[in-house]
Write a protein that binds this ligand. Sequence first.
Ligand code: RTP
Ligand code: MG
Length: 140
Amino acid sequence: MALERTFSMIKPDATRRNLTGKITAKLEEAGLRVIASKRIHMSLAQAQAFYAVHKERPFYGELCEQMSAGPVVVQVLEGENAILKNREVMGATNPANADAGTIRKEFALSIGENSVHGSDAPETAAEEIGFWFSKIELVG
Ligand code: RTP
Ligand code: MG
């Protein structure tokens, strides 16, 4: 299979606890390569725009507040089957349901403060990468 790219974000609950390196190591150990990375503190408006797909969901307000409450690390990951592979390393949305060894099992605090985000399909991956990165920032 050809190399695929996906978007990943280390969320404020994880940057707050200084887990950027540990989480990135798990991604790299799974065979994913970080081809772009930056630490940002998004505004509430940016969080609302990024998560617009969830705007009708009951957790939308809380999610946007949490995502803009502290720094995040946005990354682009490259590898074979990167989208699915990243979802596997992340584990289930709710850490209580996440498999042993996954990022969320090891680090997540709750279903909301679950340490990482990862794109769920090729279309959303392209959209989310384009939301935070310009083409010249991707160094594969
Ligand atoms: P993500 O998009 O962040 O990679 O996570 P996901 O696909 O596993 O979860 P999704 O259903 O897309 O939800 C996006 C994020 O919203 C928060 N959430 N809170 N309180 C709740 O019931 C609830 N459900 C979801 C989580 O932070 C989740 O990652
Ligand atoms: Mg999702």
